[in-house]
Design a protein around this ligand. Structure first.
Ligand code: GDP
Length: 167
């Protein structure tokens, strides 16, 4: 018998170099690659997590959309704010079920915390934007591991809650 109650599928999308592969590697393999080969995007990973509130174990199946970003103009990455996220979200909403759970992950938060770079988006702005767009939000770091599991945990809990409510 399977040792999980649900299989949940995640797709990680976003601009090139935001850390999609790194988040996947951190989640499924508890490591961080300092210089990952961008052409060798990690494509798939899975992990079991337990959701105590629901007393359920879920199997996360995660796909990284490595490579697809090249279809988008790279210069757009340099705009401040949420322009690119809006575009990605638009793609997702266009193709997915309207009830899909989406979580906005502000990755590389370690760089802000160490003062290596100046923060472009305040936490509250990220939270507010996500809320307006019916998304969950978490700031994370694939490098330190901070909040990476939490991001998937939060989204999984939301999905199980929808299942329970029959949404
Ligand atoms: P992808 O193209 O979105 O899959 O991005 P990658 O996972 O290949 O990461 C792009 C670069 O950002 C690599 O040099 C990573 O080592 C680096 N990176 C990814 N996540 C983090 C993070 O949380 N903190 C820091 N400091 N660097 C990161």
């Amino acid at each position: 018998m399977a040792n999980w109650d649900f299989v949940l599928k995640f797709i990680i999308c976003g601009d090139a170099a935001v850390g999609k592969s790194s988040l996947l590697v951190r989640l499924t393999d508890q490591r961080f690659l300092v210089n990952p080969d961008p052409t060798l995007g990690v494509e798939f990973g899975s992990k079991l997590i337990y959701i105590p509130e629901e007393d359920k174990t879920v199997k996360l199946q995660c796909w990284d959309t490595a490579g697809t970003e090249s279809f988008r103009s790279i210069t757009r990455s340099y705009y401040r704010g949420f322009n690119n996220v809006r575009t990605w979200l638009g793609d997702v909403r266009e193709h997915a079920d309207p009830n899909l759970t989406c979580i906005l992950v502000g990755n590389k938060v370690d760089l802000c915390e160490s003062g290596t770079i100046k923060r472009e988006v305040m936490t509250e702005e990220g939270e507010a934007w996500a809320k307006e767009n019916n998304m969950l939000f978490v700031e994370a770091s694939a490098k330190s591991g901070q909040n990476v599991e939490l991001a998937f945990f939060t989204a999984s809990r939301d999905i199980l809650d929808k299942v329970k409510r029959g949404v």
